[in-house]
Design a protein around this ligand. Structure first.
Ligand code: SF4
Ligand code: SF4
Length: 227
C-alpha cells in the first residue's frame, strides 16, 4: 500500500464527513484476527446532543437517535474503505461501529480503541472511553483491518487524565473505579461493563431501550464545550 493511496483514502473519507482518520500497525495486538494493519475512522458527536446529556445529567432520546445514526454512517465509511482496499488487491475486514461479539456481550470482534491509540489519535481514559486528542470523549469509531501493516501519520499522543475523576464521580452506576488505565491492562481494571449495562437497562429502559447512557462521556473535560 503506497503512501499516496493512503493520503487519497484519507482525503476521501474526510470529504465524506469523517472527523478524523488514522493508520496503525496491529501485528503485535493479540486479537488481530490475522490482520496486520488498521484504519481508524472517527466521527465527533454533535455538541448540541452531548450538551443535552451534560445539562440534564441523563441520556436523551436525541442522543439515542444520534448514536445510532453516527454508527450507521461510520459503517458506511468503513465499507467505502474496505471496497477501496479490495480494489487495490488487499484483503480486509470491516469491524462494525457497534456490534457485540458472540463470546462477549460487552466487546466487539476487535477493539476500536486499541487501533485508535496505536494510530496516535488519543488515549484511553479512566472511563475506559477513547479520548481523542482534539475532540475529547465525544467521538464514535469504526475500524477496517487490512493484511498489510500501516504506519501512523501523526505523533504519539502524550495526554492523560491526570488528577481528573469527573467520569467516576458522575457515573450513577458506580461502574468506573477512578483508576488510571494502564496500556495493555484489561478494561475491567478501570470499568465494570456489567454494572454499567445493568444500570442502563434498569434506569434508562424508556430512553434508548436501556442501551445508551453517555453521562461519563459528556462530563469529560477534554470535550471542548466543558472546558
Ligand atoms: S455509560 Fe453511564 S452507567 Fe455506564 S459507566 Fe458511563 S456514566 Fe456509568
Ligand atoms: S472525565 Fe476526566 S478522568 Fe474521566 S476520562 Fe475524561 S479526563 Fe479522564
Amino acid at each position: 500500500m503506497t503512501e499516496k493511496l493512503l493520503v487519497e483514502l484519507k482525503n476521501k473519507l474526510e470529504k465524506e464527513g469523517a472527523s478524523f482518520v488514522g493508520f496503525s500497525d496491529i501485528t503485535d495486538v493479540e486479537n488481530n484476527l490475522g490482520y496486520k494493519g488498521a484504519v481508524t475512522i472517527g466521527i465527533k458527536l454533535l455538541d448540541s446532543v452531548v450538551e443535552q446529556i451534560y445539562n440534564e445529567d441523563s441520556p436523551t432520546y436525541q442522543y439515542f437517535h444520534h448514536y445510532r445514526t453516527v454508527n450507521a454512517y461510520l459503517d458506511r465509511l468503513a465499507l467505502y474503505t474496505a471496497l477501496f482496499f479490495e480494489k487495490s488487491g488487499l484483503r480486509c475486514l470491516m469491524i462494525p461501529a457497534s456490534q457485540s461479539s458472540v463470546n462477549d456481550p460487552y466487546s466487539g470482534a476487535f477493539p476500536h480503541k486499541t487501533a485508535a491509540v496505536k494510530a496516535n489519535l488519543g488515549f484511553i481514559g479512566k472511563s475506559a472511553l477513547f479520548i481523542h486528542k482534539d475532540y475529547g470523549s465525544m467521538v464514535r469509531l469504526s475500524t477496517v483491518l487490512v493484511d498489510v501493516p500501516l504506519s501512523p501519520d501523526t505523533d504519539v499522543c502524550r495526554l492523560s487524565c491526570g488528577s481528573c475523576s469527573a467520569c467516576a464521580d458522575a457515573c450513577p452506576a458506580g461502574a468506573i473505579s477512578g483508576n488510571s488505565y494502564i496500556p495493555g491492562a484489561p478494561r475491567c481494571s478501570v470499568f465494570d461493563a456489567e454494572k454499567c449495562s445493568f444500570y442502563m437497562k434498569k434506569a434508562y429502559r424508556d430512553i434508548g431501550r436501556g442501551a445508551v447512557c453517555g453521562i461519563c462521556m459528556a462530563v469529560c473535560p477534554f470535550n471542548k464545550f466543558t472546558r
